[in-house]
Design a protein around this ligand. Structure first.
Ligand SMILES: [Zn+2]
Length: 316
């Protein structure tokens, strides 16, 4: 249980998930429940009991879009007492009881911002090292053995000169590139990427991620604008099999208005479940002059676009 007077909503700028500040919860609850109850709630006591019901990303559409970065608190039983008298005790979706009034407040205060992430933090919460460190789909971060060394030339790829070096360069096996090009349909499709990771001979702290295989995930929630993995999608993946590492995930966008880029929900999914620096997100979809595949990896906590090539051969 948490007292609303000791509970804050932390706000994050999206898609980079950088902490922007926090707002107290009690005024939001007063604004939300005063019209329903037809009374002033200035001296009221709010007692909140959070429940986990949602297991998927919890997004409130509208302006601005609000993304619950702590979906274990997806529902809340709100108990309101006025002068010691119980006036309301009822469960609500966090999206309704908290994100709704927050959305109206943010639209007024910061109309230029289109997407916010938020999480509810109560006094006495065990501090969490990172905003999403308890995501259930998180892949365990085991210490890595030394990586085999390779150069882009080993894959038959010419390293284009003059481009800024990125930590990760993606090389798609030719059949993977062809399969990504052929994906399409009325809703987003997606799945997991398997392959191998190499230390890039071009420089220290750089890696080449070779994607050898796409594994489509069925049963995920997919619409024209979003893709989420079903619960259990990551179970049974054998990390000890060094010839077949989980190197990331892929999905398609159906309509992107000519500017193919990850959505805030995609960023949340990646930063929650694919935390290794060499795990990549591949995004396939329409661009102005056809179709394209884009690749992204986490660099310094941000999802950054990285180069993607198609292999003309296999490393020796
Ligand atoms: Zn997407």
């Amino acid at each position: 249980m948490a007292d609303a007077d000791h509970t804050d909503v932390r706000l994050f700028r999206m898609p980079e998930v950088s902490l922007a500040g926090s707002v107290p919860l009690a005024p939001l609850l007063r604004a939300r429940f005063e019209p329903d109850l037809g009374m002033e709630l200035d001296g009221a006591r709010f007692v909140l009991t959070f429940h986990q019901i949602a297991t998927q990303i919890d997004v409130l559409d509208g302006v601005p879009v609000l993304i619950n970065l702590y979906p274990w608190r997806s529902h809340v039983t709100v108990r309101i007492e006025v002068a010691g008298r119980l006036v309301l005790q009822h469960p609500f979706a966090v999206r309704d009881a908290i994100a709704g009034p927050l959305q109206r407040e943010l639209a007024r205060q910061d109309p230029a911002v289109t997407h916010w992430g938020y999480e509810i933090v109560a006094l006495g919460d065990v501090p969490r090292p990172a905003a999403r460190s308890r995501r259930r789909n998180r892949i365990e971060e085991l210490p890595d053995p030394p990586l085999p060394v390779a150069a882009l030339a080993d894959f038959g790829v010419d390293d284009p000169p003059g481009l800024a070096a990125t930590a990760v360069t993606v090389v798609l096996a030719a059949p993977v590139a062809a399969a990504l090009d052929a994906l399409g349909g009325p809703v987003e499709l997606g799945g997991l990427l398997f392959g191998q990771v190499y230390a890039d001979a071009a420089g220290p702290d750089r890696q080449i991620v070779h994607v050898g295989e796409l594994a489509a995930v069925r049963g995920g929630a997919a619409t024209a604008t979003s893709f989420t993995f079903p619960a259990g999608a990551f179970l049974g993946i054998d990390h000890a099999d060094r010839g077949r590492r989980l190197v990331g995930w892929y999905h398609t966008h159906v309509a992107d208005e000519g500017d193919l880029r990850l959505s805030p929900a995609d960023v949340v999914l990646h930063t929650g479940s694919f935390r290794r620096p060499w795990q990549v997100a591949l995004l396939a979809g329409p661009v102005r002059d056809g179709r394209a595949v884009r690749a992204y990896s986490l660099t310094g906590g941000r999802l950054t676009r990285v180069p993607v090539h198609t292999a003309a051969g296999k490393p020796a």
